[in-house]
Design a protein around this ligand. Structure first.
Ligand code: AHG
Ligand code: MN
Ligand code: MN
Ligand code: MN
Length: 339
């Protein structure tokens, strides 16, 4: 174990303290540690960029109908490999895989289900903009030894842990096990995540919104009215000016919001009316919803709380409004007024 200063709390030490306090059990502690190590491997691959031969398209497509980047596939493989033999999982599910995957029979099984978006923001990887990994942990239902897709279909409120790793100027792991949202920064020399922010807190109000406004003509009227009023600033009904940010890596936009507030929106649009939204409930909306709520924020579909939704299938998509609680409530009020 590298020598860390007494006041430095490593992720391992933080997790052991959480276990001692009875807030997590040993199995969940080990699972989070394995996921963090896998994210460190992904961070190394991402950091190599063009030198690592990992940029560009893989030449394959995924269940989402998206072209896969090489790093989508590599990150997925790293997470599957790391968790196969850990002994704390019963099965994994990934945004990049059609179906969930039980742990191979040759390896010991545990009581958790792990879901992940192995590389979020992959359209940004070739232009050197921050990307990330998002993960969510559920309990495997009692008595189920070989879980199938249906056992993953649990509401976001059932998550026992959620987190992301953002591969940016610094690599940070942001984690909640239901007792606040906390941030760890990777000490690259030591290869250790160090606690750098205990108890992230999202301000209730904000002047900053994140949305891809090029889709405006495809939104429902309530959404158009809400954003038009944001854009009207102090000359409009909101009576204050707003700023806009859109990174197009959900992890990076959410990290900014957890750090300084804001509202992130990917609403329903009629570009593909059959889809309820672009973002995935199980791999993006639910884990980010837990992190944001644990930091005092709110996460809604525009009409109901994301964490209350009962998933109908593994790759279900939902509209996402999350961030500063009072601003999310304002956006929801616009939708209820138009209903
Ligand atoms: P992913 O790379 O995992 O497919 O996710 C991309 C998502 C999300 O990260 C981001 O907020 C959104 O797509 C950006 O969508 P647009 O490119 O339509 O703006
Ligand atoms: Mn994603
Ligand atoms: Mn992805
Ligand atoms: Mn993708």
């Amino acid at each position: 174990m590298p020598q860390l200063h007494a006041q430095t709390v490593s992720l391992s030490r933080y997790l052991i303290e959480e276990q001692r306090a009875g807030r997590i059990d040993a199995e969940l502690r080990q699972l989070i540690a394995v996921v963090a190590r896998a994210c460190t491997s992904i961070a190394i691959a991402v950091g190599k960029g063009a030198l690592g031969g990992v940029l560009g398209d893989a030449g394959t497509g995924n269940v989402q109908g998206e072209a896969q980047k090489k790093l989508d596939v590599l990150s997925n493989d790293i997470l599957l490999e790391a968790n196969a033999w850990g002994g704390h999982l019963a099965a994994c599910a990934s945004e990049e895989m059609d179906h969930s995957q039980p742990i191979p029979d040759a390896y010991p099984r545990g009581g958790f289900l792990l879901l992940f978006d192995p590389l979020d923001g992959s359209s940004n990887i070739d232009v050197n903009v921050s990307v990330g990994t998002i993960f969510s942990v559920l309990r495997c239902p009692e008595g189920v030894t070989r879980p199938g897709d249906e056992h993953f279909l649990q509401a976001g409120r059932q998550q026992v842990a959620a987190g992301y790793c953002i591969y940016g100027p610094s690599t940070m792991l942001v984690l909640s096990t239901g007792h606040g949202t906390h941030a760890f920064t990777l000490d690259r020399e030591q290869g250790v995540f160090v606690l750098t922010q205990r108890g992230m807190c999202i301000p209730g109000q904000t002047r900053e919104f994140a949305i891809n406004v090029s889709n405006r003509r495809h939104w429902e009227p309530a959404m158009q009215a809400y954003v038009d009023d944001l854009m009207a600033g102090s000359e409009g009904p909101r009576g204050k000016d707003f700023n806009m940010r859109w990174i197009a890596s959900m992890v990076a936009d959410v990290h900014r919001i957890l750090t300084r507030g804001g509202i992130f929106i990917y609403p329903w649009d009629n570009k593909d009316p059959g889809k309820a939204g672009k973002l995935r409930l199980m791999y993006e909306a639910s884990p980010m919803g837990m992190l944001v709520e644990q930091a005092g924020g709110a996460a809604s579909t525009g009409r109901e709380a994301i964490l209350e939704l009962q998933p109908q299938h593994l790759h279900q998509r939902v509209p996402v409004f999350l961030g500063s609680r009072q601003e999310v409530e304002e956006a929801v009020a616009y939708h209820h007024r138009h209903d």
